[in-house]
Design a binder for this molecule. Structure first.
Ligand code: IPE
Ligand code: IPE
Ligand code: MG
Length: 239
């Protein structure tokens, strides 16, 4: 696979459309989630080939608990299966598993397999896969504010030291760079509470393809689109 210019260092994906993919095939929504989880393994490998160092995947939002209990249960079970299946790949490729979100509220079994895999890969240095689980951009900011207030209360930070850099240190994964590119599949034109702080200047790419069908070629198209963007960060165009 050839490398393309305009490098994406951190790619974040809102993996949407599993349910519609299944419904279009007269299958249960759960079958769509299974196909979606299989696709994660493929996209992880493709991202590695494209030399993307950080990959962040929106797997379960703080709002997704509103879904029927059976669907939520199936998603949590798939998470465990996914971790079991992808661990050998992560070890082989030297990738570290990371997670963002209110992890304490995940079901015990899912939480334990997640924490186990994070521990097993903690010293890997070849890339970072971050799963957003029970994640909400607003809860992340609220949680950061609470931690910051605690730090001010016990004298670790003076109120006048608070700026964007200090605040950022209290987010779930302060060591992650902001995403360069955020992809949303299935054609929806919204952020759905993903990485609100971090994507302030990310480039957005919407694909009409449903997540289970979003393959290596679709990823390549997104990266090519990114490489022709001009990121200005509020400044003026570089000639
Ligand atoms: C994305 O697919 C997976 C999760 C949100 C967990 P959806 O389940 O949202 O699929 P659609 O949007 O209903 O098609
Ligand atoms: C966003 O998709 C969350 C994930 C991909 C995990 P949703 O399907 O939950 O978003 P809405 O409800 O269409 O905004
Ligand atoms: Mg959806």
């Amino acid at each position: 696979m050839s490398k393309i210019s305009g490098k994406v260092n951190h790619l974040a994906i809102i993996m949407d459309g599993n349910g519609r993919w299944a419904e279009a095939r007269n299958l249960e929504r759960t079958a769509g989630h299974r196909a979606g989880a299989d696709n994660v393994l493929k996209i992880m490998q493709a991202a590695k080939e494209f030399d993307i160092k950080y990959l962040t995947l929106y797997a379960f939002s703080t709002e997704n608990w509103k879904r029927p209990a059976a669907e939520v249960g199936a998603l949590m079970k798939l998470l465990q299966e996914f971790i079991f299946k992808q661990l050998p790949f992560m070890q082989k490729e030297n990738v570290r598993l990371n997670a963002i979100g209110r992890l304490n509220d995940l079901p015990e079994a899912a939480r334990l397999s997640l924490l186990g895999a994070m521990k097993a890969t903690a010293n890997n240095t070849g890339g970072v896969l971050t799963l957003a689980l029970n994640y909400g951009g607003r809860s992340e900011i609220v949680d950061a504010a609470k931690k910051l207030i605690a730090a001010v209360k016990d004298g670790r930070i003076a109120p006048e030291e608070i700026d964007e850099t200090t605040f950022q240190q209290f987010l779930y994964a302060p060591e992650l760079p902001d995403p360069d590119l955020v992809i949303r599949t299935s054609g929806e034109l919204r952020i759905s509470n993903f990485l609100l702080w971090e994507m302030a200047y990310s480039e957005l790419y919407i694909s009409n393809v449903m997540w289970p069908d979003f393959d290596c070629n679709e990823l390549k198209k997104a990266l090519e689109a990114y490489s022709s963007r001009n990121r200005r960060f509020g400044g003026i165009e570089k000639k």
